[in-house]
Design a protein around this ligand. Structure first.
Ligand SMILES: [Zn+2]
Length: 110
């Protein structure tokens, strides 16, 4: 499992143009649920993944709902983390082309 996480992290880092990412990827937790309740982050209030990385916070976390797991989902959440490292902003509105260019397949949900 950890190698999958590290691989997604390093691949997305290269894709978004970061040659020296934080050596620690975010902590990834897989939850045995179909969806995570995420309030206003999604129009339905349900998300498949969530990224937590407030500015100035030393820890970054990703939660993934096992019921909708996919490699693309993990990459998507890594894009949030690496955009935060690159720009200081995780781009919660998904405006950066990296959400298409650095993710396998396409995701409609968070
Ligand atoms: Zn997202």
């Amino acid at each position: 499992m950890y190698s999958t996480i590290l691989l997604a992290y390093l691949q997305v880092a290269v894709c978004v143009g970061i040659n020296h990412p934080n050596p620690r990827p975010p902590t990834v937790t897989y939850l045995p649920v179909k969806h995570i309740r995420c309030g206003k982050s999604s129009p339905t209030g349900k998300c498949c993944g969530l990224y937590y990385g407030p500015p100035g916070w030393p820890y970054r976390k990703i939660q993934i709902a096992g019921g909708c797991d996919s490699i693309g989902l993990l990459q998507h959440e890594m894009v949030h983390d690496l955009l935060r490292q690159r720009d200081g902003d995780p781009d919660g509105k998904h405006k950066d082309p990296a959400f298409h260019e650095c993710v396998t397949g396409s995701l409609d949900e968070e």
